[in-house]
Ligand binder design. Structure first.
Ligand SMILES: [Zn+2]
Length: 118
């Protein structure tokens, strides 16, 4: 298992990268560099964040949500466990995708179901 701090940094960087795609003004970019981390801890007071979220598409919003969920779980026993079957998510998968909430098998099953619904 990677050190929690490393995973946390990875997640926050990913999150910032996503938000950066929505930022349009220098002010917003600056805010992203400074405030995102505290924003994660104190949700609900993020007017700017809501504005930025509005500009992101559904896929990116879903990605940010999964990153947020992973940040909440990080440091607890729930991190790195599949939300579907409860098994450990393989280390290689977590390294490539630190926000992964499910093991490969369950994630693929979920994707197949989503594809069927369309
Ligand atoms: Zn699973």
């Amino acid at each position: 298992m990677l050190p929690v701090e490393d995973i946390r940094k990875k997640l926050l960087t990913q999150r910032r990268t996503l938000f950066r795609q929505a930022a349009q003004t220098e002010d917003e970019l600056l805010w992203l560099e400074t405030d995102v981390e505290s924003e994660v801890q104190e949700r609900g007071q993020g007017e700017k964040m809501v504005q930025l979220l509005d500009r992101l598409d559904e896929r990116m919003k879903a990605e940010i949500e999964s990153i947020d969920r992973a940040l909440v779980k990080l440091g607890t026993a729930r991190y790195g466990k599949c939300e579907q079957c409860g098994k450990d998510i393989p280390q290689s998968r977590l390294e490539a995708l630190p926000a992964a909430a499910m093991c490969m098998v369950c994630a693929q099953a979920g994707e197949n179901k989503a594809a069927l619904r369309k």
